[in-house]
Design a protein around this ligand. Structure first.
Ligand SMILES: *Cc1c(COP(=O)(O)O)cnc(C)c1O
Length: 421
């Protein structure tokens, strides 16, 4: 249930006709559903009921200030991976005690920013980072709360670019070296070791890798406690996948994920954090685009859209599938074609789908990419000098532009010509 449904043959976002938004803001654009974002956050929150917990939304999935504020107002914490995201969380009114800082390359400046502004914990990913944070915290006369991210060497069985829990990945410290690194951390006067962190990858459609990883974290908790560490918090990461193809068997639900967490680490009495991103935002968003031309090639037909790989890079970057649906539902019995669906960018990689079976479309028709709310707008670029496309938030029968489309001049005026030219 994602609140993008047809009514009388027209695609709606909650109670707003998608065509009405298109008429108001032009195409292409992203539209997000408040009800869906809310529902997904609550599913995770309820899945951990009975355990002391905080759902920290992984902001990198969709970091629009309005989305962050909406989730923050529901009680979400935030998982940030950069100073920019930390700043967005602050501006959305998220208190520091609900912000966790992840990522392998936190700079001294980012550490200072978070320590000054307030932070729940840093998830440390390496010894050099640990030494740097210790030094920064001591120089500020504070003690930084930390977990250490362990790499459990578990195969998440997902796309190689978003698998993070294998030993060849850049993330975390090998779990086999955890005791040694925790001993080092305990000796750092600027660090307060509060727990353990793990995150094995994104778009997992099977719970088994989580089960293995969390089992290892449970064992490690007992080992580290026996070593004298006060392990009181477990950050179990994000990564639960979403159904990108309506026709596939659906991935596990947040409730299944919550039950797994209770089963694997519930007995330890730790405070639990999870960091879902994609499952909260993914199916809460669509990207709407217009057909510019229908072009007949030698052996296939191309649907040329006004959106491109710079607006939604997932198909190009991860060979990802997005369901693409007409905004006006086809008449019963309408003819079908197999289209290559492409954008205007000057690369053959600018292809959203190949030989996709669709009801016949014409120039001027609107289409919607489903499941585009996560890793969509945030990964967009201005390649080919195409301005970033607007983002819209819908709530019931109202919608608001939550990021406006820049004009060409606004985009170009960020460049400056040096005095000697
Ligand atoms: C990307 C990421 C997440 C979120 O992953 P999703 O698949 O979007 O749920 C959570 N934690 C960390 C550390 C990440 O890098």
């Amino acid at each position: 249930m994602d609140h993008f449904l047809y009514r009388d043959g027209e695609l709606f976002a909650e109670d707003v006709a998608v065509s009405e938004i298109a008429a108001a803001v032009g195409t292409p654009f992203y539209a997000y559903s408040t009800a869906t974002l809310t529902r997904h956050f609550r599913l995770f929150d309820e899945a951990l009921e009975g355990m002391d917990h905080l759902v920290c939304y992984a902001m990198k999935a969709n970091s629009n200030l309005a989305v962050v504020k909406l989730l923050g107002d529901l009680g979400a914490g935030m998982d940030v991976v950069s100073g920019g995201e930390y700043r967005r969380a602050q501006l959305a009114g998220i208190p520091g005690e609900r912000i966790v800082f992840s990522g392998v390359g936190k700079t001294r400046e980012e550490m200072e920013m978070a320590l000054a502004g307030g932070i729940r914990q840093f998830n440390i990913e390496s010894e050099p980072e640990m030494m740097m944070l210790d030094q920064v915290a001591r120089s500020m006369g504070v003690c930084a709360p930390v977990t250490i991210r362990v790499n459990p060497d578990v195969d998440a069985k997902t796309h190689e670019k978003i698998a993070t829990g294998k030993k060849e990945n850049k993330f975390g410290i090998p779990i086999s070296r955890a005791r040694e690194v925790y001993a080092q951390a305990a000796a750092c006067k600027g660090l307060d070791v509060v727990g353990i962190d793990v995150h094995i990858g994104s778009q997992l459609t099977d719970l088994a890798p989580f089960e293995t990883a969390y089992g290892l974290v449970a064992d490690l908790t007992e080992t580290l406690r026996a070593d004298g560490h006060d392990i009181r918090r477990l950050d179990l990461g994000g990564g639960l996948g979403i159904p990108y193809e309506q026709s596939n068997t659906p991935p596990p639900l947040p409730s299944d994920f919550g039950a797994l967490i209770k089963r694997t680490v519930g007995h330890l009495g730790c405070e639990i954090e999870i960091e879902p991103g994609r499952l909260i935002a993914g199916n809460a968003g669509i990207m709407v685009s217009r057909v510019i031309y229908v072009k007949s090639g030698e052996d296939r037909e191309f649907l040329i859209l006004d959106s491109a790989m710079n607006d939604l890079v997932r198909p190009t970057m991860y060979q990802a599938h997005h369901d693409i649906v007409p905004v006006r539902a086809p008449e019963p019995g309408a003819a079908r074609s197999a289209y290559d669906i492409v954008g205007p960018v000057c690369e053959s990689g600018d292809t959203f789908a190949r030989e996709r079976q669709m009801h016949r479309l014409n120039a001027g028709d609107l289409v919607a990419f489903r499941s585009a709310g996560a890793y969509g707008a945030v990964m967009a670029s201005e390649y080919n000098s195409r301005p970033l496309i607007p983002e819209i938030l819908v709530q019931d029968d109202q919608f608001a532009v939550i990021r406006a489309r820049p004009t060409f001049d606004e985009m170009i005026n960020r460049d400056t010509i040096p005095v000697w030219l």
